[in-house]
Structures are given as structure tokens and as C-alpha cells.
Design a protein around this ligand. Structure first.
Ligand SMILES: [Zn+2]
Ligand SMILES: [Zn+2]
Length: 138
């Protein structure tokens, strides 16, 4: 796969990613919904060192999840686009927000998380792995 490129809405943040993601998850939890302003988040997981920030500085917001883990969101402080996220339960791993990717045509989610929190208008693909809350630790 060619390098994945992306950035924020205003263009201040640009990144590139080398290699393949190891997991693509739709997350329907309340935190993802709030943070993205969308019905759910599609999170593309990479090892941190696959991702190179080419331009701009991401602002970091930290919060505590229901699980007790410290979560972080990295976003553009000019336009507010959320670009990256992660948490203390997976050190060295970040997820890239699908909306920030320039050409996300490769993205096919392999799991839905927190389906018990999904909006009634959100279609859940029954042909992939689905978990009512977080998936069991891999
Ligand atoms: Zn921006
Ligand atoms: Zn979530």
C-alpha cells in the first residue's frame, strides 16, 4: 500500500503513515461521539512510529474513560479537527480518525465496539465482529 496521507480541515496539520493498520474499529461509545461530533468514530489503529507529523502541532486533550484508562485526543487548535487518539491501555499505539485521511477508500472496518450505545439510526454490519462494549483485550 502507498503511504497514507491526511490532515485537518484547515490544512495546518499534515501527516503521513507508512504501512498497514492492524485494526479498523467503528466505536459507538459516548466519548467517541462527543469527540468527533459524529454518530460514531471510525478509528484506524497503527503503531505510533508508523505515523509522521509533517506539518503543524497537535493540541492534546486528556480525559479518563469509564474503564479508568487515561485517553487522549489530538486535534488542530485552529480548526478543531480531531486527527489522532489513543489511551493508556495501549501504549505506543495511536488511532487515526478516518475523516482526516485524504483517500480513505482502503478503509473497511473489521469490528464495531460499544454497539449497545449505537444510535438507533446507525446501521450495524452483522457480518463483522461486534461487541456490546469494549472488545476483550487482544
Ligand atoms: Zn486545522
Ligand atoms: Zn469510543
Amino acid at each position: 500500500m502507498a503511504k497514507i496521507t491526511g490532515g485537518c480541515l484547515c490544512g495546518a496539520i499534515r501527516y503521513e503513515i507508512e504501512g498497514e493498520p492492524f485494526r479498523i474499529a467503528n466505536c459507538h461509545c459516548d466519548d467517541c461521539r462527543k469527540a468527533t461530533g459524529s454518530a460514531y468514530a471510525t478509528n484506524i489503529f497503527f503503531q505510533e512510529d508508523q505515523i509522521t507529523l509533517l506539518q503543524g502541532t497537535l493540541k492534546i486533550f486528556e480525559h479518563t474513560a469509564d474503564s479508568g484508562n487515561t485517553m487522549f485526543k489530538e486535534f488542530c487548535d485552529t480548526c478543531g479537527s480531531q486527527v489522532l487518539a489513543g489511551g493508556s491501555m495501549r501504549p505506543g499505539v495511536k488511532n487515526v480518525k478516518v475523516g482526516s485521511i485524504d483517500d480513505a477508500s482502503f478503509v473497511i472496518p473489521d469490528v464495531n465496539l460499544y454497539t449497545s450505545h449505537a444510535l438507533s439510526c446507525t446501521h450495524i454490519d452483522e457480518n463483522i465482529e461486534n461487541f456490546e462494549a469494549m472488545s476483550p483485550p487482544a
